[in-house]
Design a protein around this ligand. Structure first.
Ligand SMILES: C=C(OP(=O)(O)O)C(=O)O
Ligand SMILES: [Mg+2]
Length: 438
């Protein structure tokens, strides 16, 4: 086996797309037989509507800039992780990740920080691909990597990602019937621009949220969906046929443990009365929305601990739409397995920093796919220019990627990387509707 020895690891603090500190790592591999050196660099994103069961993002007690610093996580990279991995083979990703897990020694990366472990894990993979002169997606996925993901493009932001009155976190469009990724991306970008025009005409704000989607004040989900349908119709791609809609409700953020209800603060403020829904009202609400609009996917429709609710939700709507578990599964095979045993949801959202190593994230994808669940590769609301997840989406043939609007460089970096990958794959690239029967 070729040995690419890990000869240097360096962590540093950089900024994410919200202007908060985050972690980056650089890993150097040296080919033992020739002395040739290769480096890989990777940056870690950060969530806002984080799930309670995610791996620990290690933050300092002190603020830097505005957000809490990551000096401790950086220092863990430059001391403990460097010591543990020096001399190891960078081509043995699973072994590298196992050592990261053992060095941390907890179930949730609470010692080293998932931000520290992930930066190194991803940087090792990049350096390894570089050392073999292979594109990252090919290194990660091997021979059978040819499927371009359908964008699940977030064009209107609410919830924790924007300071508006929209309570659902994300309204996304999916160009399911496009002939290629590039065509799908173009369709999405056109609809995004049409939506902007419509908002201007209606005197609504065209300011954007954390993921680049517009963030106007609107009374409820129906009002948002009506505008999105108008924008899709303007683009000449029939809604419900060529372009379908996906939602991320991020309902753990709406759930109140004390009342056992889902609270809608934005809707309440505009309607002048407290709007709350219990689990069965939430399910009925989704059913009505699915009946009225071409919705094909709903993420985190119920809260991260509402397993009983998820069972009912899946029974009632799982045959009609893709139900995605984000806060529910947190890219964690244990939670995914528990969910599969209960027969809840139909897809896992995969965010690499929810679990803290590349191998564990890829294992979650494989577990899902082996059991008939889908995997959607996802960014975080706090991102960097690192397009790693674009390669990952192609490598695992996920078929779906969630990476924001086409107007912020942190999101566009992923789309542009996918354009380049599609060009490289040439006629082997294929693109298809993840929901052909819906
Ligand atoms: C991308 C998301 O947001 P965050 O990164 O804030 O968890 C999400 O909830 O799917
Ligand atoms: Mg989510």
């Amino acid at each position: 086996m070729i040995y690419m020895q890990i000869t240097n690891i360096h962590g540093r603090e950089i900024l994410d797309s919200r202007g908060n500190p985050t972690v980056e790592a650089e890993v150097t591999l040296t080919e033992t037989s020739t002395g040739k050196r290769f480096t890989g660099c990777a940056a870690v994103p950060s969530g806002a509507s984080t799930g309670r069961f995610e791996a620990v993002e290690l933050r300092d007690a002190q603020e830097r800039y505005f957000g809490l610093g990551v000096q401790k996580a950086v220092s863990n990279i430059n001391t403990k992780i460097k010591e543990a991995l020096s001399g190891r083979n960078g081509l043995d990703q699973q072994e590298v990740d196992r050592i990261l897990m053992e060095t941390d020694g907890t179930d949730n990366k609470g010692n080293l920080g998932a931000n520290a472990t992930l930066a190194v894990s991803l940087a090792v993979a990049r350096a390894a691909a570089e050392s073999l002169n292979m594109p990252l997606y090919r290194y990660l996925g091997g021979v059978h990597t040819d499927r371009m993901p359908v964008p699940m493009m977030n064009i209107l932001n609410g919830g924790k990602h924007a300071a508006n009155t929209v309570d659902f976190q994300e309204f996304m469009i999916m160009p399911v019937s496009a002939g290629s990724f590039s065509e799908g991306l173009r369709i999405c970008a056109e609809i995004y621009h049409y939506l902007k025009k419509i908002l201007v005409q209606k005197g609504l704000s065209t300011g954007v949220g954390d993921e680049g989607g517009f963030a106007p004040d609107l009374p409820d989900a129906r009002a948002v969906l009506t505008l999105i349908i108008e924008a899709i119709e303007k683009s000449k791609y029939p809604p419900g046929k060529d372009v379908k809609i996906a939602l991320d409700v991020a309902s753990s953020e709406l759930y109140n443990e004390k009342t056992g209800m889902y609270h809608f603060p934005g809707e309440s403020s505009l309607k002048g009365e407290e709007i709350v829904r219990d689990t069965s009202e939430m399910i009925t609400y989704y059913e009505e929305l699915i009946n009225e609009f071409p919705i094909v996917s709903i993420e985190d429709g119920l809260a991260e601990d509402d397993w009983e609710g998820w069972k009912k939700l899946t029974k009632r709507l799982g045959g009609r739409v893709q139900l995605v578990g984000d806060d529910l599964f947190v890219t964690n095979t244990k939670r995914l397995e528990a969910g599969m045993k209960l027969n809840v949801a139909g897809a896992i959202l995969v965010k690499v920093n929810q679990i803290g190593t590349l191998s564990e994230a890829m294992e979650a994808v494989l577990m899902a796919q082996h059991h008939g669940y889908k995997a959607v590769i996802s960014h975080r609301s706090g991102e960097t220019e690192d397009p790693f997840i674009a390669d990952l989406a192609v490598a695992v043939n996920a078929g779906q990627i969630k990476t924001g609007a086409p107007c912020r460089s942190d999101r566009v970096a992923k789309y542009n990387r996918l354009l380049r990958i599609e060009e490289q794959l040439g006629r082997n690239a294929y693109y298809r509707d993840p929901f052909p029967t819906v």
